[in-house]
Design a protein around this ligand. Structure first.
Ligand code: 7TS
Length: 417
C-alpha cells in the first residue's frame, strides 16, 4: 500500500499548524520530523496560550485567598479536574488526584496503599515489560516490607504470557497486580480489562500504568474496572510537571496520605492532624496550577479531535511504519502484530548501534530515541542492551515515516552495509 492510498481521519495539516514547534527547521533547510512521542509529545498553541494567559492574567495560589485572582485560579484548576474526570469516565472528580506524572502516581500508591496493606509473604505481580517506574518503587517497598515481587514473562512476539499470569493468580497470594496498558518499547496493548477481571476474581487489586495509553486511545476506567490508573500530562499534548492518579473511591478514602503539608489537612494541632477530603488529602503543598490548567486544555484538544480518531490515525501510521521498516535489510523489529499494538516501533539494525542510528536520523531531521527506554529487563529478555524507537502521535504523517525509512537506508550506507 502506498501513502497515497491512506486517508486521514481528520485534517492532519490543520492539526500540525496548531503545534508551533513542528514548523521549526531542525537544521537549516531541514524540517523537523518528530518521532519521539513516547518520551514526550509536542504542545499545541492552545495549551501554550493557556499557560501564558494564566501567568499573565490570573496567577495566584489555589484554595486559599478570597481575592479575585485566587478564585479564578482555583476555578480553572478545579475545572481542569472535571475535564479529566470526563476524559477517563471516572465516577467523581474526587477520584482525580493531580500528581507530577505517572512515576509519582505509582509511587503514591506504593507508599500509601502498599505500605498500609502489604505484608511479608504477600505477592505483588508486575510484568517483565514494565517501565522502571513500575518496577523500582515496588522493589524499594518489597525490601522494606518483605513481600515478594513476581513478574509475568514476555513471549517472543512481545505479548504477555497470560497463562503464567493466570497461574500466578491461582497459586500465589497475590494482593496487587501492577501492569502497563501499552508498552513504551513494543507498543503492545495489554488486555487490562481481562487482567483486571482475573485479578479481582483472585482477590487482588490492579494498578494500570496508562502513560502510553491515555494519550492515544479512549480510556474508560469504569469499563476497564481498574482500581488505580496513572498517567502523565506531557505525553498527551499537555505541560510537564502534571499527571493524574485515578483510584476507586473506597480505596482512596481508606488510604493514609503520603506527603504531609498544606492543603492536605483538615485540622492541625501540635498533638496531631486530621486529613482533608478527597482529592486534597493527596495533594500536599501548592500544586502545579498552570500545568493542571494546561492539561485540561490538552484534554479539550484531544477530545475535540476524538480519541477514537486519534487511535485510528496512529494505527494506520503504525501499520505503514511496520511495512516500511520491514523493507530495510538487516532490521529486527520488536513487538506484536499491528492488531495488538499502539504507535510505537522499536528496532535494531545489524552492524549499527542504536545511538548511531539516532544520530544519523537526527542529521536528516528525524528525532527518535535510542537506548533502553527505561525498560532494561525487557531489553535483557530480548538479549540486547539498547534499541532504536520511533513513536507516533496525532500530528505525524505517512511522509514522515518515509523520512524515517530513508534515514535508515542512509544509516546503512554510512556504515557501508
Ligand atoms: N510508564 C511508562 C509506560 C512510560 O512510558 C513512562 C515514560 C513512564 C511510566 C514514566 O512517565 P513520567 O512522565 O513519570 O516520566 N516513558 C518514557 C519513555 O519511553 N521515554 O522517555 C520517557
Amino acid at each position: 500500500m502506498t501513502q497515497m492510498d491512506r486517508l486521514y481521519p481528520y485534517d492532519v495539516k490543520a492539526v500540525r499548524a496548531d503545534f508551533p514547534i513542528l514548523a521549526h527547521e531542525h537544521h537549516p533547510g531541514v524540517p523537523l520530523v518528530y518521532l519521539d512521542n513516547a518520551a514526550s509529545s509536542q504542545k499545541p498553541r492552545q495549551v501554550i496560550e493557556a499557560l501564558d494567559e494564566y501567568y499573565r492574567t490570573y496567577n495566584a495560589n489555589v484554595h486559599r485567598g478570597v481575592h479575585k485572582l485566587s478564585e479564578a485560579a482555583t476555578m480553572a484548576y478545579e475545572t481542569a479536574r472535571i475535564k479529566i474526570k470526563k476524559f477517563i469516565n471516572a465516577p467523581s472528580r474526587r477520584q482525580i488526584i493531580f500528581t507530577r506524572g505517572t512515576t509519582e502516581g505509582i509511587n503514591l500508591v506504593a507508599n500509601t496503599w502498599g505500605r498500609a496493606n502489604l505484608r511479608p509473604g504477600d505477592v505483588v505481580v508486575a510484568t517483565v515489560m514494565e517501565h522502571h517506574s513500575n518496577i523500582v518503587p515496588w522493589q524499594i517497598l518489597a525490601e522494606q516490607i518483605g513481600f515478594t515481587l513476581r513478574f509475568v514473562p514476555v513471549l517472543p512476539d512481545g505479548t504477555l504470557d497470560l497463562d503464567e499470569y493466570a497461574r500466578l493468580l491461582r497459586e500465589e497470594p497475590v494482593r496487587l497486580v501492577t501492569v502497563m496498558h501499552v508498552s513504551n518499547v513494543l507498543g503492545t496493548i495489554n488486555p487490562v480489562a481481562d487482567m483486571a477481571r482475573q485479578a479481582h476474581e483472585a482477590g487482588a487489586l490492579i494498578l494500570v500504568d496508562a502513560a502510553q495509553s491515555a494519550p492515544h486511545m479512549p480510556l474508560d476506567v469504569q469499563a476497564l474496572d481498574v482500581d488505580f490508573l496513572a498517567f502523565s500530562g506531557h505525553k498527551m499534548a499537555g505541560p510537564t510537571g502534571i499527571g493524574v492518579l485515578y483510584g476507586k473511591r473506597e480505596l482512596l478514602e481508606a488510604m493514609p496520605p503520603w506527603m504531609g503539608g498544606g492543603d492536605m489537612i483538615s485540622r492541625v494541632t501540635l498533638e496531631g492532624s486530621t486529613w482533608n477530603e478527597l482529592p486534597y488529602k493527596f495533594e500536599a503543598g501548592t500544586p502545579s496550577i498552570a500545568q493542571a490548567i494546561g492539561l485540561g486544555v490538552a484534554v479539550d484538544y484531544l477530545s475535540a479531535l476524538g480519541m477514537d480518531k486519534i487511535q485510528a490515525h496512529e494505527h494506520a501510521l503504525t501499520e505503514y511504519a511496520l511495512e516500511r521498516l520491514a523493507e530495510i535489510p538487516g532490521i529486527t523489529l520488536y513487538g506484536p502484530d499491528v492488531a495488538q499494538r499502539a504507535g510505537v516501533t522499536s528496532f535494531t539494525l545489524d552492524g549499527v548501534h542504536p545511538h548511531d542510528i539516532a544520530q544519523i536520523l537526527d542529521s536528516v531531521g528525524v528525532a527518535i530515541r535510542a537506548g533502553h527506554h527505561c525498560a532494561q529487563p525487557l531489553h535483557d529478555f530480548f538479549g540486547i542492551p539498547a534499541s532504536a524507537r520511533a513513536s507516533y502521535y496525532l500530528y505525524n504523517t505517512f511522509e514522515e515515516i518515509d523520512a524515517l525509512a530513508n534515514g535508515l537506508i542512509k544509516a546503512r550506507m554510512t556504515f557501508a552495509l
